[in-house]
Design a protein around this ligand. Structure first.
Ligand code: HEM
Length: 228
């Protein structure tokens, strides 16, 4: 059994709820999107049903996200602040990705999210916005020809492929890569192994232990060997 204090709280209930709402909705949106566009799947479910599930998932994700963000606005203000701050260590972390992949060099110390996660979150959020805009135009275009534009469906599809590639990379990091796999417990149970967190997010653990010294059982080390 783990010694007391060997774990550190990484995600609140609201953050995990938002993540899993996004993950489930994304899978439903992807599956129902494929039902309407991939020839071998077309017809396995009637198109109007697939479309209704697709729109329901998009609405549930949008409404759920707004409710969770408003209900826990203070928690998310802090999370967004951590995600959008990009410092010199983040710039070095990104610049050194090729060296870490090729020769396994040591990563610069990172905050609660590393530079790759910050970039991933920003790109996913941006692509989701484009999906909603193009999806909204497709919905409106079926009701009013003023909203029909030639490229809308192509942009909607291209964004979907980009998101899918990012999510495949994300799943590799969460489920397969041995250096980053311990993060999975954080997004499932809320806490992660403190020693792992020190290696991958040294500045964040130092901040947490400085804010609540009674929860810091061992001295801080910054020998981070962080996967990209
Ligand atoms: C079964 C599916 C999924 C698993 C197992 C999973 C796993 C995880 C884990 C372990 C983290 C926390 C990383 C950390 O400790 O910092 C995380 C964060 C995150 N996830 Fe997922 N995830 C899944 C699906 C998705 C999907 C579908 C999306 C987006 C469409 C997504 C977007 C994010 C974002 C933006 C973050 C925060 C930043 C980052 O870690 O890149 N996840 N996920």
């Amino acid at each position: 059994m783990a010694a007391p204090g060997s774990r550190i709280r990484r995600f609140t209930v609201a953050e995990r709820l938002l993540h899993w709402l996004l993950a489930v909705a994304f899978v439903v949106l992807l599956y129902t999107g494929f039902l309407m566009s991939v020839p071998v799947l077309e017809g396995t479910v009637p198109r109007p049903t697939a479309k209704a599930w697709h729109i329901d998932a998009a609405v549930a994700l949008a409404v759920g996200t707004v409710v969770i963000l408003i209900a826990r606005s203070r928690v998310f203000a802090r999370t967004v602040g951590q995600l959008e701050r990009f410092d010199d260590d983040d710039r070095r972390w990104l610049a050194q990705v090729p060296r870490r992949v090729t020769i396994g060099a040591t990563a610069p110390p990172q905050g609660r999210f590393n530079a790759g996660q910050k970039l991933n979150t920003a790109v996913v959020a941006g692509l989701m916005v484009v999906s909603y805009i193009t999806g909204g135009l497709l919905w409106l275009g079926e009701r009013n020809t003023t909203y029909r534009f030639a490229g809308t469906i192509d942009v909607h599809d291209d964004v979907m492929w980009l998101l899918m590639l990012l999510v495949i990379g994300h799943l590799y990091m969460a489920l397969i890569n041995p250096f980053t796999r311990p993060a999975l417990r954080g997004i499932v149970t809320g806490s992660v192994d403190r020693a792992w967190a020190r290696r991958h997010h040294a500045k964040w653990v130092a901040d947490e232990e400085h804010a609540a010294p009674e929860s810091s059982p061992a001295p801080l080390t910054t020998d981070s060997r962080t996967g990209p």
